[in-house]
Structure formats: structure tokens, C-alpha cells
Design a protein around this ligand. Structure first.
Ligand code: FVH
Length: 290
């Protein structure tokens, strides 16, 4: 069986990287983008340029979409809905779980198979060993196209609910954003000192954070278990440290609001009789903050 033909709709930074990976791995690739000129390099490398979205969808059994957001995706695909019948639509546009489920209903309503996805890569790492892409939707649709989708990066199926890839994608991006916020906070503190510099401090921070990530599987096991958590630390000890982080931030002229909120939540837990910090309690605390 030859390589499956694939259509890529949306040739921004990410869409061009996806199309490029498909061409490189030998898939006959058709492309469409609102600004047609963004297809020029891909066409020079062997891609076919479709004149319309409908022509693009009809060119392949599998269409990969990577656009700004779901509103744009809807506006572009809606006029070509009939062309999707009997084909598979893989939507790699960033969106919420609810948007993914709605898109699946719409696609299925037009006779298409649908997979939603979250790209855990930046354009330059697409198709490298660093890239992985999350997919959710009916397993049979994933199985049918897994080999083709592997061209973009390791293809990971995360569940039948079309929304779960978007949920995991946004959860992973949340962790990344909070980590970078933490990095910039720490650098602001460290460089408030006349002898501090970001590069030297980062040489300490990277191994520290790398070591700390090793604890996460044990925390996760505690979250998933009904048994008494294995990892526990005195909440009073932790609170004292967080108060010091807040005070040292203020003394350094750095915003302390994150640590002030964190300290307030711990004070509330202590007042409720919770004396130990555990992973399940930490997760529960976040769930009840709304
Ligand atoms: N770039 C990245 O690192 C991240 C990595 C993780 C996944 N994201 C998501 O991928 C989606 C696309 O992101 P992108 O980086 O390719 O974004 P742009 O380069 O800005 O391209 C946007 C494409 O959307 C088209 N577009 C925008 N508005 C419209 C519209 N009103 N009508 C039609 N098309 C529209 C745009 O077309 P054009 O401006 O070139 O004509 C591009 O094709 C996104 O969900 C990320 O969160 C990327």
C-alpha cells in the first residue's frame, strides 16, 4: 500500500512544518491557505496547491487542519462540509475540550470521521524525536491513520472522548506556562542583587528543576491512590517557607501576589485542621479555588 495522500489546511508556522514533514515522509500532499503565497515553498518541494478548500478536501482521504482557532476552522470548513463525507478530518488547531466535542459532532453530522489533536511541539521540532501529538476520538479512526500521523511526531492516542486531547494539551501548556512564570519570578529575584545575573543563576535553576520533576510520578501515584499518601510534608513548615518567599520577593521589589495567595490558602487549610501537605490535598485545593 502506498503512502496515504494528505491535505493540510492552514499554512501558518505550524501548518507549513506539518506539510513539510508529510512531504518529507513521502505522502502526496495537497495544501490550502488563505494567503496562497505561503504554499510556494511547499509546492516547490512537491506539494499540490488546491484552488479552494473543497478541492483540497476532495484531494485526499485525510485532511489535517491547523488554523488560528476553532472559529476560523469553522468558517473555513463549513462551506466545504459536503466534501468531507467519507473522509477523515484531523483538527490540530488549539482549542478547548468543548470546542473539540462540538467540532466532532459537526464533522460526524456531515459523514466524516473526526480526530482532535494537540501538538506538543514547536514548528522546528515537528517530525523530530522531541515532538509528540495527542489524538482523541474514535480509536478506529486513529488506528486507520496512525502510521501517516507518525510523520508529524510520535502519535499518542489519549481517549475516545474527542475533548480529551485538547484537555491534556491545555493542561500540558498550563504546566509549561506556570513553569516559565516561576522561572521569570526566580530570575527577577536573583537579579535584584548586585551580584546576580540571569545566566549564572539559570545554571543553578535548571538542575534544580530537573531534579524536582523526578518527584512527580510519586505525587501522581498518591493522587491516583485511595490509600494514605506516601509523600507528606508538614503544612506549617511549608507555609513558613512560602511566607519567606513572599517577603523576600517584596524586599527584592518583585511581585509576591502568587505566594500571598498560596500562603492564604495554606492558612485556610491549617484552620480546617489539615496539617500535612500532600499531592491529593494540593489538587483538591486548586479544584475548590473557583
Ligand atoms: N506555533 C507554535 O509553536 C504552536 C505549537 C503548538 C500548536 N500551536 C497551534 O497551532 C495553530 C496554528 O498556529 P501557527 O503557529 O501556525 O499560527 P500562525 O502562523 O499565526 O498561522 C495561523 C493560520 O491561521 C490562518 N488564519 C488566521 N486567521 C484566519 C482567518 N480569519 N481566515 C482564514 N485563515 C486564517 C492563517 O492564514 P494566513 O494568515 O496565513 O492567511 C494561518 O494559516 C494554533 O491553534 C496554535 O495555537 C502552534
Amino acid at each position: 500500500m502506498g503512502n496515504t495522500a494528505v491535505t493540510v489546511i492552514g499554512l501558518g508556522e505550524m501548518g507549513r512544518a506539518l506539510a513539510d514533514a508529510l512531504i518529507t515522509s513521502g505522502h502526496p500532499t495537497t495544501v490550502w491557505n488563505r494567503s496562497a503565497g505561503k504554499a510556494d515553498d511547499l509546492v516547490a518541494r512537491g506539494a499540490s496547491r488546491a484552488a479552494t478548500v473543497e478541492d483540497a478536501v476532495l484531494a485526499s482521504p485525510l485532511t489535517v487542519v491547523c488554523l488560528l482557532d476553532y472559529d476560523v476552522t469553522d468558517a473555513i470548513l463549513r462551506p466545504a462540509a459536503d466534501a468531507l463525507r467519507g473522509r477523515t478530518l484531523v483538527n490540530l488547531t488549539n482549542g478547548t475540550p468543548a470546542q473539540a466535542r462540538e467540532a466532532e459532532s459537526w464533522a460526524v453530522g456531515h459523514g466524516a470521521a473526526y480526530l482532535d489533536g494537540g501538538i506538543m511541539a514547536i514548528p522546528s521540532t515537528v517530525a523530530t524525536s522531541q515532538a509528540f501529538v495527542l489524538y482523541s476520538g474514535q480509536k478506529a479512526h486513529f488506528d486507520a491513520h496512525k502510521e501517516t500521523l507518525q510523520a508529524l511526531g510520535a502519535a499518542k492516542y489519549v481517549g475516545a472522548d474527542a475533548g480529551i486531547a485538547a484537555l491534556y494539551d491545555l493542561a500540558l501548556l498550563s504546566a509549561m506556562n506556570v513553569m516559565f512564570d516561576g522561572f521569570f519570578h526566580a530570575v527577577a529575584m536573583a537579579t535584584s542583587h548586585t551580584e546576580g545575573n540571569a545566566a549564572g543563576f539559570t545554571e543553578l535553576l535548571v538542575p534544580w528543576l530537573t531534579n524536582m520533576t523526578q518527584v512527580m510520578p510519586a505525587f501522581a501515584a498518591d493522587v491516583d491512590s485511595d490509600a494514605e499518601p506516601v509523600l507528606a510534608q508538614g503544612l506549617d513548615v511549608l507555609l513558613a517557607g512560602v511566607r519567606n518567599m513572599a517577603q523576600a520577593s517584596r524586599d527584592a521589589g518583585v511581585r509576591a501576589d502568587y505566594f500571598e495567595r498560596s500562603a492564604a490558602a495554606m492558612e485556610q487549610q491549617l484552620a480546617e485542621g489539615i496539617t500535612a501537605f500532600t499531592a491529593p490535598e494540593a489538587v483538591q485545593r486548586l479544584r475548590t479555588l473557583n
